[in-house]
Write a protein that binds this ligand. Structure first.
Ligand code: NDP
Ligand code: MG
Length: 393
């Protein structure tokens, strides 16, 4: 029996996680769930999965949350604030933590789970983008098992050989990792119309249903850039070990190419319950509620290379990855500000690239190693990006 904390339970990944958990009451029980703004939804979930603790991210939400708990007749204990998030991620009773808070807000509770040696189902890619070296080192020290939930990384994980050596792909006979991406909703749109892209257009992903931030990241392909960085840390790969492949149908979720010419791909319908179920049940397999691929009905599969003129954010991220931890932390921070500003209607679609690029250009290269330095670079980059956004309004 695994005892699970679901961070970011009210989000897209959080809801899919609870869906899979509730299919297997004999295997999983919920310890704590967390949310940010959607208190009603969180209370309904608390009742549904009999969570022992319900955590709101802001300490000021306590009175409101207690009132709502009474309204929904929820027996769970209410906790609030960042420290509470860390506590329910590291509590001794907890075996497993689903890290599905969006953005940098997920870093500290995810790290707390890693440091406490939990089985960590990692959806929150931003945590790894910000703190890769520290994160992996903490997992090595505590014995935490990191199971990638991002569909591409979960696919790669499934395609790796039994004798895989972290940080030495060649020793495992691997030629390269092929990281697939659909190319998002603007794969064929005229480049000179990108300026007029609306929020609704950017939030309409052709294949996946996800939270708004990652959906915009998919439209700019910053998501693939963040995934590129994530893959480097998860598998100990270098920039030259990974190639991004456009695959518009999102049936293949990524591949591993071997020295002997073999390519192993993981396929399935685009439904996050598949990687979530694999993370929960690894090394076994459980039913996830996902429709099976029907090859008789499947459209043809196509592939292409991404063009950096169309996807400049992908290039920014790969360059940042080559540059090091300070650059990836700063890029992630700038991008969070830029995407939030785009979603709020303050800046245009092309301005996202502008803010990301100018934030990076406005900061001197440096080495970061401690958590304190990472948080400081994150703060400074947000300040610069905020200033750039104000200049664009
Ligand atoms: P959503 O926006 O749907 O959900 C985000 C969750 O985080 C919600 O529970 C939200 O609470 C909570 N949250 C938001 N801001 C804060 C904050 N400041 N402090 C604490 N909690 C907060 O996102 P997704 O589920 O789509 O994505 C979650 C993570 O998983 C992201 O890192 C994303 O990149 C990654 N991921 C998602 C995939 C997907 O298919 N959705 C695929 C692969 C990776 P509330 O809703 O109550 O405000
Ligand atoms: Mg992904």
């Amino acid at each position: 029996m695994q005892t699970i904390t679901v961070l970011g339970a009210t989000g897209s990944i959080g809801c899919s996680t609870i869906d899979v958990i509730l299919r297997h009451p004999d295997k999983y029980r919920v310890f704590a769930i967390s949310g940010n703004k959607q208190i009603d939804k969180l209370m309904k979930q608390a009742k549904q999965c009999a969570a022992r603790y319900v955590v709101l991210s802001d300490v000021h939400q306590y009175d409101d949350a207690v009132k709502k708990a009474a309204e929904y007749q929820v027996d769970s204990e209410i906790l609030c604030g960042p420290k509470a998030l860390e506590e329910v991620s590291s509590a001794p009773e907890v075996t497993t933590v689903m890290a599905a808070i969006v953005g940098a807000a997920g870093l500290l509770p995810t790290l707390a789970a890693v440091r406490a040696g939990k089985r960590v189902l990692l959806a929150n890619k931003e945590a790894l983008v910000m703190s890769g070296a520290l994160f992996i080192e903490a997992a090595n020290q505590s014995g935490a098992k990191i199971l990638p939930i991002d569909s591409e990384h979960n696919a790669i994980f499934q395609c790796l050989p039994d004798n895989f050596v972290y940080g030495n792909l060649a020793a495992s006979g691997i030629k390269q990792i092929l990281l697939t991406g659909s190319g998002g909703p603007f794969r064929t749109r005229e480049l000179d119309t990108f300026n007029s892209i609306t929020v609704d257009e950017a939030c309409a992903h052709p294949n996946w249903s996800m939270g708004r931030k990652i959906t915009v990241d998919s439209a700019t392909m910053m998501n693939k850039g963040l995934e590129f960085i994530e893959a480097c840390w998860l598998f100990g790969a270098s920039v030259d070990d990974i190639t991004v492949v456009l695959h518009p149908q999102s049936v293949i979720h990524s591949m591993v190419q071997y020295n002997d010419g073999s390519v192993i791909a993981q396929m399935g319908n685009p439904d996050m319950r598949t990687p979530i179920a694999y993370g929960l049940s690894w090394p076994e397999r459980i039913e996830a509620g996902v429709a099976q691929l029907d090859f008789a009905k499947m459209q043809s599969l196509s592939f292409d290379s991404p063009c950096y003129q169309r996807y400049p954010n992908l290039k920014l991220a790969i360059d940042a990855c080559a540059s090091g931890q300070a650059a990836t932390t700063r890029l992630n921070a700038a991008n969070e500000i830029a995407v939030a500003s785009f979603l709020a209607g303050k800046i245009g679609f092309n301005d996202i690239t502008r803010v990301n690029e100018e934030t990076l250009n406005g900061m001197e290269p440096m080495q970061v190693s401690s958590l304190q330095q990472i948080l400081e670079e994150d703060r400074k980059a947000r300040e610069i990006a905020d200033g750039l956004v104000r200049g664009l309004i």
